[in-house]
Design a protein around this ligand. Structure first.
Ligand SMILES: Nc1nc2c(ncn2[C@@H]2O[C@H](COP(=O)(O)O[C@H]3[C@@H](O)[C@H](n4cnc5c(=O)[nH]c(N)nc54)O[C@@H]3COP(=O)(O)O)[C@@H](O)[C@H]2O)c(=O)[nH]1
Length: 525
C-alpha cells in the first residue's frame, strides 16, 4: 500500500474523532443549558405556587371578614325585639351556618346583653377593645380574656352586634405543605402549624422574598378592607429540591440517553459520509463514472446540433446516484477537477468521431466553480483535445452563475478558453444573484434559460414575465439562447416565437447513453 493510501484511514479516523468530540461537547453544552433552564423554571414555578397560596389564604380570610361585617350590618338594621326568642334564634342560625363563628352577641352600651352560637348569653364580655376603627368596627385581639375553653377568640363588633371568631378557621391550610400565618395589624392571629416560626410581615416586602440565610422562600400578601391583614406563606428551599429532584433525575437520564443516541447518529452519519466521499473518490480514480448525453436541438427545425454531457455514477451495488448529490461531495473533497477531466476524456472517447466529422456539432460540458480556479485544467484539456485531434470548437463549456462569484479567476480562464476557440454558456441563469449587466463583464456566448422559467411559460407565475425580460436582455447582449427542460410542444412554439434558437428537454429526449445518443443522432440525417 502507498504512503498516501495508509494515511487516508488515519485521516478519516481523525476526522470522525473530531466530529465526535465536537458533537459530544455540543450535546453536553445543550444538556447543561437545558438542565439550568429546567431548574430555573422549577424555582419560578415554585415561587409562583407559594405566591398563589399566600394570595388564596388572604382572599379567603378577607371574604370571611367581609361576610361577617355584612351579617353585622343586617342584624343592626333588623327591626326586631333585642334578645327576643326570634332574635336569638336568628343569631343562632347565622352562627351555625359559618364554621369560623363561635358566637354572635347583642350589646347595649358597653355590655353584651345576650348571645347565640357555641358561646351563649352574656358570658363573653371582654374588657377594653384592642382597636376602634374609623369605619365603626371595634376589634379585640385574641387573648386569655377572649378565650373560651382553650381557644382565644378574635372579637369584632359593629353597631349593636358582635361576632366571636375562631381565628384557626380563618386560615384554611388543609392540603397545604407550606407554613402560613395570618396577621391583623402585625399581630399574629393564627399560624399553621401552630408552632411555626414565621417572619413578621413588617420585616418583609410585599411579594416574594428569598431568605438565603434560613434557606426559605417567603411570600407576603397584604389586604386592607375592614382592617389591615397580612398573610405570610413560607417554604423551605429544601422542599423544592425534594419536589423537583425526581423529575430532574428523570430528565437527566433521558438527556444522557438522547446524547448517546445523538452521538451514535453523528458517528454513523459521518462514517457514511466519509465512506460515500471515499467511494466517490475511488470511482473517479478508477474511471467508474459514465456520461449521459442530452440532445440540444434547433427549435425551428428540430435538428440536433449538440448535446449536454451529464455525469452519472453507478455504485458497486448498482444504485445510480444523481449528480445533484455527488457533484457537491466531489467539490467538497476536492476531486471535482478529476471528475471534470474524466468527463472530458469520456466525451472525447465516445463522441470523438462524431465531433471530428461534424464541424457544426459540439458537446457541452459543465465546469464547476473550483474548475475555474484550477491552474492545470486548461493545460490538461488542451492535451486531451490535441491527442484526439479535435478542435476547441467541439467542446463548449457551461458555467453556473455561482461559479462567477470569484470573478477574477473565472474571467481569466473564460478568456483563455475562448481565445482557444471554446464557446462559453452561462447555465441556470436567473437562479443566482447576477444581473445581465454583471454578465456583460464576462466573455460569454450563450445563455441557458433555466427550466424554472420554461415551466412558467404562459402561466400566471411571476417567473413567466421574468423570462420575457431575460430574453430581451440576452438579445441586447447578443447572446445565443438555449432553453432547458422543455417538456411540451407549446413551450417550443412560445420559445421559438420569442427568438430562442435552441433547447433541450424531455420533449425531445431524456439524457441518453453514448450508444443511444449516436443512434438518435444518426436518425436525424
Ligand atoms: N459540474 C458538473 N455538474 C454536472 C455534471 N453532470 C451533471 N451536472 C449537474 O448536475 C445537475 C443535475 O443533473 P442531472 O440529474 O443530469 O439533470 C439534468 C437533466 O437530466 C435535467 N433535465 C433536462 N431536461 C429536463 C426536462 O425536460 N425535465 C426535467 N425534469 N429535467 C430535465 O436537468 C439537468 C440538466 O441541467 P443543466 O445542467 O442545468 O442543463 C445539473 O445541474 C447538472 O448541470 C458534471 O459533469 N459536472
Amino acid at each position: 500500500m502507498s504512503k498516501a493510501g495508509r494515511q487516508k484511514p488515519a485521516r478519516s479516523k481523525r476526522l470522525i474523532l473530531r466530529v465526535l468530540v465536537n458533537s459530544i461537547l455540543g450535546a453536553l453544552c445543550l444538556f447543561f443549558l437545558l438542565g439550568w433552564y429546567l431548574w430555573h423554571q422549577s424555582i419560578v414555578a415554585e415561587e409562583q405556587r407559594l405566591a398563589t397560596v399566600a394570595e388564596r389564604l388572604g382572599l379567603e380570610a378577607e371574604s370571611a371578614i367581609l361576610d361577617i361585617r355584612g351579617l353585622l350590618e343586617r342584624l343592626n338594621r333588623a327591626d326586631i325585639e333585642p334578645c327576643s326568642d326570634l332574635h336569638i334564634q336568628w343569631m343562632q342560625q347565622e352562627a351555625i351556618a359559618r364554621p369560623y363563628i363561635r358566637s354572635i352577641g347583642y350589646w347595649r352600651a358597653i355590655k353584651r346583653q345576650c348571645g347565640a352560637g357555641f358561646v351563649q348569653g352574656a358570658i363573653l364580655t371582654p374588657p377594653e377593645a384592642s382597636r376602634i376603627y374609623d369605619n365603626g368596627v371595634i376589634a379585640w385581639w385574641p387573648s386569655p380574656e377572649t378565650a373560651v375553653g382553650d381557644v382565644e377568640l378574635f372579637l369584632m363588633r359593629f353597631g349593636d352586634h358582635d361576632v366571636a371568631i375562631d381565628p384557626r378557621l380563618l386560615l384554611d391550610t388543609t392540603a397545604l405543605d407550606q407554613q402560613a400565618g395570618l396577621w391583623v395589624e402585625n399581630l399574629l392571629l393564627v399560624s399553621s402549624p401552630t408552632e411555626a416560626l414565621l417572619p413578621e410581615p413588617s420585616t418583609l416586602e410585599p411579594g416574594l422574598t428569598i431568605d438565603s440565610d434560613r434557606q426559605l422562600i417567603v411570600s407576603r400578601f397584604s389586604l386592607n378592607t375592614v382592617f389591615p391583614m397580612d398573610v405570610v406563606a413560607v417554604q423551605p428551599s429544601g422542599q423544592l429540591v425534594e419536589r423537583y429532584l425526581p423529575s430532574l433525575i428523570t430528565a437527566a437520564v433521558l438527556g444522557i440517553l438522547l446524547i448517546v443516541l445523538w452521538v451514535l447518529a453523528v458517528f454513523r452519519v459521518s462514517q457514511r459520509q466519509l465512506s460515500f466521499s471515499a467511494e466517490l473518490t475511488n470511482a473517479i480514480k478508477n474511471g467508474n463514472i459514465t456520461v449521459a448525453y442530452q440532445p440540444i436541438v434547433d427549435l425551428s427545425t428540430g435538428r440536433c446540433h449538440g448535446a449536454e454531457a451529464l455525469a452519472r455514477w453507478q455504485r458497486e451495488d448498482g444504485e445510480i446516484i444523481s449528480p445533484d448529490l455527488f457533484i457537491p461531495v466531489a467539490e467538497k473533497s476536492n476531486s471535482i477537477h478529476k471528475l471534470t477531466l474524466l468527463v472530458i476524456k469520456r466525451v472525447v472517447e465516445e463522441m470523438g468521431q462524431l465531433l471530428a466529422t461534424h464541424d457544426q456539432f459540439s458537446i457541452n460540458i459543465n465546469l464547476s466553480a473550483q474548475d475555474l480556479e484550477h491552474p492545470l485544467i486548461a493545460l490538461e484539456l488542451k492535451h486531451i483535445l490535441d491527442s484526439a485531434k479535435l478542435p476547441a470548437s467541439a467542446i463548449k463549456f457551461e458555467i453556473t452563475e455561482r461559479a462567477l462569484v470569484n470573478h477574477e479567476d473565472s474571467r481569466k480562464l473564460i478568456s483563455k478558453l475562448r481565445r482557444r476557440g471554446h464557446q462559453m454558456a452561462i447555465d441556470d441563469f436567473g437562479t443566482g444573484y447576477s444581473s445581465l449587466s454583471y454578465l456583460e463583464t464576462f466573455e460569454l456566448d450563450t445563455l441557458k434559460l433555466d427550466k424554472a422559467f420554461v415551466d412558467a411559460i404562459e402561466t400566471h407565475a411571476v417567473t413567466s414575465s421574468v423570462i420575457v425580460h431575460i430574453i430581451e436582455m440576452a438579445k441586447s447582449l447578443e447572446l445565443d439562447m438555449v432553453a432547458e427542460g422543455i417538456e411540451s410542444a407549446h413551450q417550443v412554439q412560445w420559445l421559438a416565437n420569442n427568438g430562442v434558437q435552441r433547447g433541450q428537454g424531455y420533449y425531445y429526449s431524456k439524457p441518453l447513453t453514448a450508444a443511444e445518443f449516436l443512434k438518435y443522432h444518426a436518425k436525424q440525417r
